[in-house]
Design a protein around this ligand. Structure first.
Ligand SMILES: Cc1cc2nc3c(=O)[nH]c(=O)nc-3n(C[C@H](O)[C@H](O)[C@H](O)COP(=O)(O)O)c2cc1C
Length: 162
């Protein structure tokens, strides 16, 4: 797949998923698309979990800023999320719902603090109709930068056939 057009799509609240997304993009020569809600609160401490977990439980789909890349123009999509309340984060729900991807090759990754639970299977289900080439979960990437970068880059190169 050496001439494939590859896009890394991600949301990140605290930088871990962004770090992995940037690592993957660099490893396989991909473009980046960050999903940004139009209203992003920054609650601290336990409020953060109530705010984020509540949105997951309610299956909210926050409004996103206009996308600056068109996923339809790419052959392979890496899609990454932090794990929130044992699931993918709400901006991913917005994206998957509005983009209505089908017939794409996709590879999924998530960043978590120790319990990814069913995040990746849930994403695979939400992306039915696409070909899933791989799924990777990574624990606290910013606490293990070198090891995470190596794992993510090796995984991504394997998926992209490089
Ligand atoms: C609202 C909220 C809910 C979370 N729920 C989980 C969880 O269910 N399981 C887990 O392992 N980590 C959980 N975490 C930790 C994050 O998944 C982890 O810190 C991740 O690396 C954050 O990615 P980011 O820096 O890209 O936002 C949660 C964090 C937040 C803010």
């Amino acid at each position: 797949m050496s001439n494939a057009r590859i896009l890394v799509i991600y949301y990140s609240h605290e930088g871990n998923t962004r770090f992995v997304a940037q690592t993957i993009a660099e490893a396989v020569g991909a473009d980046l698309l960050e999903l940004k809600p139009t209203k992003e609160l920054r609650p601290q401490g336990l409020m953060k979990y109530a705010w984020g977990g509540g949105q997951v439980m309610m299956k909210t789909r926050p409004e996103l800023q206009p996308l600056d890349r068109d996923p339809a123009a790419y052959d392979l999509l890496f899609i990454g999320t932090p794990v929130w309340a044992w699931n993918y984060a709400p901006p991913l729900r917005s994206f998957i719902h509005s983009a209505r991807l089908s017939g794409k090759q996709v590879a999924l990754f998530c960043c978590h603090g120790g319990d990814p639970s069913k995040t990746l299977p849930n994403m695979i289900k939400a992306l039915e109709g696409n070909e899933v080439l791989g799924a990777l979960d990574l624990r606290s990437p910013l606490d293990h930068r070198e090891e995470t970068a190596r794992r993510a880059a090796d995984w991504a190169r394997g998926i992209a056939g490089e």
